[in-house]
Design a protein around this ligand. Structure first.
Ligand SMILES: NC(=O)c1ccc[n+]([C@@H]2O[C@H](COP(=O)([O-])OP(=O)(O)OC[C@H]3O[C@@H](n4cnc5c(N)ncnc54)[C@H](O)[C@@H]3O)[C@@H](O)[C@H]2O)c1
Length: 322
């Protein structure tokens, strides 16, 4: 199979590219390096069948060229930092909605028939039902990021229904792993590295977040793409449980080997405007495809924190050496 991974030099995209190539597929990674890094691709860049294109999905012509002859598109390119949209309100629309339109239009012109798109639990906003099923509605995102993902889902759905494309839409919870460059675990590690005695936690610390390790996320994507029979297939990818933000902090502190860290809470139900106080998705549909998570939320945090710390120390040693 010939697969193209948009956003493949990022955290999840690079892990996906590595998995696809190890399974014998030809893989093209297309990335603008907006937040992506070449070193994320060290596991696959020398492998047979791998190709890298530096390009910008905001430019339709560049996407059109890259798509010729591909069997399946994995679209992960995005501004994945939810808080970024508060400073620049066009950012999420440009990176998360326009890129998806360009991708679908290029697929229509090049006759590429399958797209897997990474959406987010942010499309649900603050739903009244937990765990939240894929059928929950109306969807009322509370962040501009969530709004842009919902708009993108709408375009995937409409292009699929109109032009005979098959779509797989994955709504992720908080995904964690070694290469994660944004989000709560990295934030806590950075703060604790500066001051191991005190940790400022945004909000009350009582926000409840379902977390999933990236390895479980990848098997989920695989199961969904293999089993989805509809024109448009929606899947939640989340864990069977959730953790309080304070418990996430506890796991990071433990992974770093610190003790007696004092938590200072900034207060309020949310960490920032648009933050979701409770994220817990119903994963029965994906479980029906034979998938199940192997680590619970707190185990995923601990493993990811350990992996991030070890990746960081390798990077530091590399910097010292050169
Ligand atoms: N990490 C999570 O917890 C999480 C949760 C929900 C949804 N998601 C979604 O999963 C996907 C991957 O997230 P991630 O955490 O790996 O983020 P990431 O920032 O590590 O990766 C995104 C990649 O997209 C690339 N990119 C951005 N704009 C581009 C453009 N215009 N053209 C080409 N490439 C571009 C970046 O350079 C980067 O390599 C995103 O769509 C994100 O919204 C992630």
């Amino acid at each position: 199979m010939k697969a193209i991974v948009f956003g493949g030099a990022g955290f999840i995209g690079s892990e996906l590219a590595e998995k696809l190539i190890s399974e014998g597929n030809s893989v093209t990674v297309f990335d603008s390096m907006y937040t992506g890094k070449m070193e994320n691709l060290s596991g696959c860049s020398s492998k047979k069948g791998f190709k890298f294109i530096k390009g910008d999905m905001r430019k339709l012509e560049e996407v059109k060229k890259a798509l010729k002859g591909q069997d399946i598109v994995y679209h992960l390119a995005a501004n994945a930092d939810i808080r970024g949209g508060m400073e620049n309100t066009f950012l999420d629309f440009e990176y998360n909605a326009i890129t998806v339109y360009n991708c679908l239009e290029a697929m229509r012109l090049a006759d590429v028939k399958k797209i897997a798109f990474t959406s987010s639990s942010a499309v649900y906003g603050e739903p009244g039902v937990y765990p939240t099923p894929e059928s929950y509605g109306p969807l009322r995102p509370t962040s501009l990021y969530g709004a842009s993902k919902l708009a993108a889902e709408g375009y995937v759905s409409a292009f699929c229904e109109t032009f005979g494309i098959q779509g797989f839409i994955f709504r992720f919870v908080n995904i964690l792993g070694a290469k994660n460059n944004h989000g709560v675990v990295g934030d806590f590690i950075r703060k604790l590295t500066k001051d191991p005695k005190k940790l400022v936690v945004l909000g009350s610390g009582k926000q409840r977040k379902s977390c999933l390790h990236v390895s479980d996320c990848l098997t989920g994507i695989d199961a969904g793409v293999k089993h989805g029979k509809q024109a448009v297939n929606f899947y939640n990818i989340g864990n069977d449980d959730w953790a309080y933000v304070d418990q996430i902090a506890d796991q990071v502190v433990a992974a770093m080997g610190f003790k007696n860290v004092k938590y200072e809470h900034t207060g309020g139900e949310r960490g920032w405007a648009g933050d979701m106080p409770f994220v817990f998705l119903d994963n029965k549909k994906l479980r029906g495809c034979g998938w199940k998570p192997t680590l619970d939320s707190q185990q995923a945090v601990f493993r990811a924190a350990k992996e991030m710390l070890s990746a960081q120390s390798i990077e530091d040693k590399h910097k010292q050496h050169y």
